[in-house]
Design a protein around this ligand. Sequence first.
Ligand code: FMN
Length: 191
Amino acid sequence: MDLGLLRDGINEVIATTFQNAAPMGIICRHGEARMVVYQGSHTAGRIEKDGWVVANFIFDPILYVRTAFEDLPPDFFINENAGGIAVQRLNGAEAWAAYRASVRQRASDALVVDLSLLRQEVIRPVIHPVNRGFNSIIEATVHATRFARSHDENLHHLIRHHAGLVRRCGGEREYEALDLLFKYLGIPETS
Ligand SMILES: Cc1cc2nc3c(=O)[nH]c(=O)nc-3n(C[C@H](O)[C@H](O)[C@H](O)COP(=O)(O)O)c2cc1C
């Protein structure tokens, strides 16, 4: 498959399904795109029901944190037609790619989903200088979604490590995203 806007490796996008958004990794290997989605998430449920998912390319650290922990109001979504299928992407996406999503494997804890490109669009190409603060927000948020379930002390340590990098290398949006992350976790920022 033409990977289009995606690149080889794991692409950490904000995935939209019907009226839902969450950060998800799209795994691209050997020209194929796939997702592993935990059972019980809204994303897994909607993919099973509707059979599509949209990868949104958007570089707002606050949106990564917010969509990892809560739902977005309806006005964050824009309706699009992707090869005859009605899909929804995020308002503000710099680019998006819609996929037909078919469940290849169903385990008790996760679905493995094959993706095939329906339509993609670049709306607003922007250069994103590499910023370790932004990258660390992504890292801290991945650990935080796991910490919220397990309260593993090691994850807490990793979150604190990345919080340090956000404070050193991030800008105002990263600082705000970090505050929000600690609020969701219900742990003091300095702990
Ligand atoms: C960068 C990033 C990547 C993630 N990738 C995945 C993934 O590939 N599969 C998954 O099930 N959850 C992943 N998560 C966790 C989900 O975003 C999180 O569980 C979320 O609450 C699911 O939301 P939903 O219930 O609206 O689908 C990821 C989180 C982050 C921050």
